[in-house]
Design a protein around this ligand. Structure first.
Ligand SMILES: Cc1cc2nc3c(=O)[nH]c(=O)nc-3n(C[C@H](O)[C@H](O)[C@H](O)COP(=O)(O)OP(=O)(O)OC[C@H]3O[C@@H](n4cnc5c(N)ncnc54)[C@H](O)[C@@H]3O)c2cc1C
Length: 508
């Protein structure tokens, strides 16, 4: 007999485990208190994972497999994955008189890898396009972890956007320079893809068991996909309606627009309802069939995110864990202001990003990086607390992808593994990329004074206070030259303004 564990982020019906029915195999899915509470999760995130598991258990049964799906209501519950698995193994051994072997798919998170270690045979999850140690091997002989070099190898390995002689289509590997326009408020955005699931019963179960959570539940009309057919539908919708303008508005920020031209496939990918090649091939096929409709920079830009960044950050995670979770290059330790949990700040860009995250469990990349992450880094927020925030609030947040993005890309807390310089900006960049500043009570054009945009003075405060760590970075030398050229009283005024902002951070 075999007992096979399926984790909440392993909802992949294409896994070879399921290719044939076997009366000697039982599949186990557990709602576990430990998993639901290791970080304070957004209501929609919890519902989306539990609903996906429920649908997966139904699918397995319909395919003729034997399934044990323990909800929180299950009397045999032991509260943790490992304890549940051990209890079920003992039960099946008593019931059948046979030894029961446990199998599980390679977990993506270090925490679960440790928790399940030694419990049985670990098999590949058949999802990623590189091995766990693929990034470590790729960069073994290199001085820096440049994503671009890894990405090119992945393009060749998977034969993506290559011409018949093996060269990159369009004559270049990366069209980033042609992407990333400012937002045009006259631009129509695609209608939103959404499912319509009634998850009130599931939500009530979480209430009954006192599982703490935050954000809007949307349980009565739940919008996120629950299985592979719905996930493929999200991807089709994106290719049909948004891919062509994905690149152009990739870095835009827009009033009243939650999703712009982003795909919203991260939840489906991270739960493995979608395979990364589904997304890569769908975009490439669209371009090959209709190049006049799908600009190559948009298609290449999208493919780079999935084939490049996603695989790269996973490799960084497995290369650097567990010490990566302790990295704090700047020694930042300021607690998160309470408005990070309510959205009640006057800074319009932050208000929109946090409010939207609470409402939808989603923010697009530039909101996560250049709005929330930018502010956090400028203000010196504690990266550990920030990780917990990011890990809790987003529908797609799993530590293997959240941590390298937060500690690495966004907070530079790894000292420059993922990024070569900190991603920070003053208000000018935010104003250029979108239209939040127009309705903000702070003035993006003022640097000091009660109405000055806090990003402006905090930007200089960040560079001034971290000069010893950053001065020798060749990519930031220019910043210090500009700072040194400023009149001393102007520098003084900027630092005083920033100090005042930091003192009243809870009321910004
Ligand atoms: C501070 C911070 C935290 C983040 N936390 C997460 C997280 O917990 N989970 C997560 O999946 N992504 C995370 N990201 C990466 C990225 O912001 C999200 O993948 C993206 O916003 C999801 O929306 P989308 O599906 O519409 O993506 P799109 O913009 O449409 O991009 C397509 C896909 O590319 C992949 N992708 C794009 N950028 C990245 C990236 N930097 N790292 C990994 N994959 C990427 C995702 O799978 C995404 O679905 C984070 C980024 C930052 C800056």
């Amino acid at each position: 007999m075999k007992l096979r564990l399926i984790l909440g982020d392993q909802l992949n019906p294409l896994h070879s485990w399921f290719a044939q029915r076997d009366s000697e195999v039982v599949y186990a899915l557990f709602e576990s208190r430990e998993e639901l509470t290791y970080a304070p999760h957004h209501r929609q995130k919890m519902l989306a994972f539990l609903h996906g598991m429920q649908r997966f258990a139904e699918w397995l049964r319909a395919e003729g497999h034997s399934v044990e799906h323990w909800t929180l209501d299950e009397p045999r519950q032991r509260g943790s994955l490992r304890a549940n698995l051990e209890a079920l193994k003992t039960e099946w051994e008593a019931r059948t008189g046979q030894t029961v072997a446990v199998e599980y798919q390679e977990p993506d998170e270090y925490r679960l890898d440790q928790a399940l270690s030694g419990i049985g045979q670990c098999v590949p999850s058949e999802h990623f396009l590189t091995e766990r140690d693929g990034v470590r091997r790729h960069f073994a002989s290199k001085k820096t972890y440049l994503m671009e070099s890894f990405y090119r190898v992945m393009r060749v390995k998977w034969n993506v956007l290559l011409d018949t002689s093996g060269q990159p289509e369009g004559g270049t590997w990366n069209f980033d320079a042609e992407n990333r326009s400012s937002w045009d408020p006259a631009q129509q955005v695609p209608r939103e893809w959404r499912a319509h699931h009634d998850l009130r019963e599931l939500d009530a179960r979480l209430d009954r068991h006192g599982i703490p959570r935050w954000g809007e539940s949307a349980a009565a009309d739940f919008p996120w996909p629950s299985d592979r057919p719905e996930a493929l539908d999200v991807l089709d919708h994106f290719v049909e309606h948004a891919l062509a303008l994905f690149g152009r508005y990739q870095d835009s920020l827009a009033e009243g627009q939650d999703f712009l031209f982003h795909s919203r496939i991260s939840f489906a990918l991270n739960t493995k309802m979608l395979h990364p090649l589904d997304a890569v091939r769908a975009a490439e096929t669209a371009w090959r069939r209709a190049p006049e409709r799908y600009p190559l920079p948009a298609v290449e830009g999208f493919i780079r995110q999935v084939l490049g960044w996603r695989e790269y950050v996973r490799g960084i995670y497995w290369d650097q864990m567990p010490s990566y979770a302790e990295r704090n290059f700047f020694g930042h330790d300021r607690p998160l202001p309470p408005w990070m949990y309510t959205g009640q700040t006057r800074m319009r860009c932050m208000q929109v990003a946090v409010d939207q995250s609470l409402r939808t469990a989603y923010a697009h990349h530039i909101q996560r990086l250049m709005v929330v992450g930018n502010f956090a880094l400028l203000a010196g927020l504690d990266p550990r607390e920030l990780d917990t925030w990011y890990l809790g609030i987003y529908i797609d947040a799993l530590e293997w992808v959240e941590l390298p993005n937060t500690r690495g890309m966004s907070q530079f807390a790894d000292g420059g593994i993922v990024g070569t310089k900190p991603y920070v900006s003053s208000g000018a960049y935010l104003n250029k990329q979108g239209n939040h500043c127009a309705s903000c009570p702070y003035s993006v054009h003022e640097k000091v004074g009660p109405n000055a945009c806090p990003f402006n003075s905090l930007y200089w405060h960040f560079y001034a206070r971290n000069r010893p760590q950053l001065e020798r970075n060749p990519r930031v030398g220019m910043v210090y030259r500009t700072w040194d050229k400023m009149k001393p009283d102007h520098r003084e005024a900027l630092l005083e303004q920033a100090e005042s902002n930091l003192q009243s951070i809870n009321n910004l």
